[in-house]
Design a protein around this ligand. Structure first.
Ligand SMILES: *[C@@H]1O[C@H](CO)[C@@H](O)[C@H](O)[C@H]1NC(C)=O
Ligand SMILES: *[C@@H]1O[C@H](CO)[C@@H](O)[C@H](O)[C@H]1NC(C)=O
Ligand SMILES: *[C@@H]1O[C@H](CO)[C@@H](O)[C@H](O)[C@H]1NC(C)=O
Length: 509
């Protein structure tokens, strides 16, 4: 693997193709430690990541808005391929060398470039990014840049603060030393600075997560921040970049159920969010999809602790997370309904082309939440949802979708198959292809609801025609289905028996 050809690259398309090839290469092959240690190549990649559209030289590499996202994904994938501690150590060494080397030079541009590269690391191999961020003087350097009068420095520093504010200790440092700087930047005349400062404040302000009892800023500040994000989002004049930052700001604030309710009642804002998603633009995937997941509560909830443990914790003055009353199921269902009716599926379909597996999982989660509601399933199919879900449910490549993502996609497909005629929901080849994801849900570790929904969908499919019945047999479905005929739960027994009955239509069977 040669990674040293970057000097030759002069146009964006090449960078794009090379990054794509590198991603494919790293996903298809386990590296032994010798092959991976092309430190020079890694540093070249960091060099690409530190490239800015604002700097123009003869020898400059051309970059597009997508380059950074791709380089981050690539850096992350290489890091994931470092299977040994020693290899990860080498990776970190290469990065540190790059940073030290750049910072030796007294000029400002090097500092800006280090900050930009650090942002790429924080959005890619987060552990590496955090290690660099924890170096003495690093956060301070970034805050000095944010506090300067130079727009470019303010911009890159804000982006780095946003990316870096993920771990508790860093958040605390930034809150202690940086909040007043961000507040000052939010008064900037330049909208691109204002929106970034705003997102920084949103992320810091929501560092308590869904826990309604932790709010680092004063009472009411969250709704003020949300209102500010909304303004940026709906304002038609604002360019795509500003709107995508606004969506990212909302992705942090919508952990708060008050913000969720307010946003969902705000038609122009919801439409703007969906329109943004429909562009399918790489840069907006995270913000849009995370906001949607929050709105429909499709994240994993922690089990509520047992009451006696709560009392014990109260006694010991430990912190107890609190669930917000607006996160009750009926409120969530209403929010899902609003989004479904506003045509969110079209946005999800456009966004499902993302290269990021974690983002795909989020998309599958939202799809599954939509399909949980029977009356929305028809719209999901009509807007291309079933077609988009199928590849996400079928893939076994962890770089294509996560295991949880596959599970959510499969359950969404099952739910569709229960309500909608399979000939309509899965026309042509798809009626046979959907069999495997459904059979995958017949897993003893999965919930009885997942099992049941899969059996119901299989029952409808088995009634469709001989092609599908033979596919169920070929995918070793019989054994799995038969197991459920001996289940304790009567509904599962009944559903499994119904599938078997429909399979009886096959002479072969
Ligand atoms: C890696 O390189 C070292 C020295 O260059 C060599 O001794 C070792 O056998 C190589 N390891 C593999 C797995 O190729
Ligand atoms: C994607 O978004 C970026 C800004 O985030 C923008 O510059 C670019 O033009 C957008 N691309 C498309 C195809 O809309
Ligand atoms: C079974 O149904 C699917 C989807 O409607 C169709 O593509 C396939 O040709 C059908 N097979 C037979 C044998 O009719």
């Amino acid at each position: 693997m040669q990674m040293c050809h970057f000097k030759l690259i002069i146009n964006t398309l090449h960078i794009f193709l090379i990054l794509h090839h590198m991603s494919l290469f790293f996903s298809s092959k386990k590296l032994n430690s010798n092959e991976s240690l092309n430190l020079l190549g890694l540093q070249r990649l960091l060099e690409v990541s530190s490239e800015l559209e604002e700097y123009t030289y003869e020898s400059k590499m051309e970059v597009t808005p997508s380059t950074k996202t791709l380089v981050s994904a690539c850096l992350n994938r290489i890091y994931e391929c470092m299977y040994y501690d020693a290899a990860r150590g080498e990776y970190l060494k290469a990065v540190e060398e790059f940073v030290t080397d750049k910072l030796k030079s007294p000029d400002l541009e090097s500092k800006v470039r280090v900050t930009v590269a650090l942002t790429s690391l924080l959005l890619g191999p987060l552990d590496v990014g955090n290690t660099i961020l924890a170096r003495d003087g690093m956060i301070e350097m970034i805050l000095v840049m944010a506090n300067s009068d130079d727009l470019l420095q303010q911009k890159v520093a804000c982006e780095c603060i946003i990316a870096g504010a993920s771990k508790k200790d860093k958040v605390k440092t930034i809150i202690d030393q940086g909040v007043h700087i961000l507040k000052k930047l939010y008064q900037s005349k330049d909208d691109s600075i204002r929106v970034r400062a705003l997102v920084g404040l949103c992320k810091l302000g929501s560092s308590g997560g869904t826990d309604a009892s932790i709010r680092p800023f004063a009472e009411g500040s969250t709704s003020k921040l949300a209102e500010a994000c909304r303004k940026f989002l709906v304002s038609a004049k604002k360019d795509a970049d500003i709107r995508r930052w606004a969506a990212e700001g909302l992705s942090y604030l919508t952990l708060d159920a008050d913000v969720k309710e307010k946003l969902v009642e705000d038609k122009p804002a919801i439409n703007a969010l969906i329109e943004l998603g429909k562009t399918g633009n790489r840069t907006c995937v995270y913000g849009v999809v995370t906001t949607l997941v929050n709105l429909v509560n499709a994240y994993d909830k922690k089990e509520a602790p047992a009451p006696e443990l709560v009392r014990l914790a109260e006694f010991a003055k430990h912190h107890i997370p609190q669930e917000h009353e607006l996160d009750d199921p009926d409120f969530v269902a209403k929010r899902v309904e609003v989004l479904g009716k506003a045509g969110v599926t079209t946005a999800l379909v456009a966004l499902s082309h993302t290269e990021s597996a974690p983002c795909k999982e989020l998309i599958c989660r939202v799809f599954n939440a939509l399909c949980n509601q029977e009356d929305l399933r028809g719209a999901v199919v009509a807007q291309g949802g079933a077609k988009a879900l199928l590849p996400m449910a079928l893939t076994t490549d962890p770089h294509e979708n996560t295991e949880n993502g596959r599970r959510h996609a499969s359950q969404a497909l099952a739910r569709i198959g229960i309500t909608i005629d399979p000939a309509v929901a899965y026309p042509g080849q798809r009626s046979a292809e959907v069999v495997r994801p459904l059979l995958n849900l017949l897993h003893l570790d999965y919930t009885a609801l997942e099992n049941f929904e899969a059996l119901m969908a299989l029952c409808n499919l088995a009634g469709l025609n001989e092609t599908v019945r033979m596919r169920i047999v070929k995918e070793q479905g019989l054994q799995k289905i038969e197991t459920y005929m001996y289940e304790d739960h009567v509904m599962l027994r009944r559903a499994a028996t119904q599938v078997m009955t429909n399979l009886m239509l096959s002479p072969e069977f």
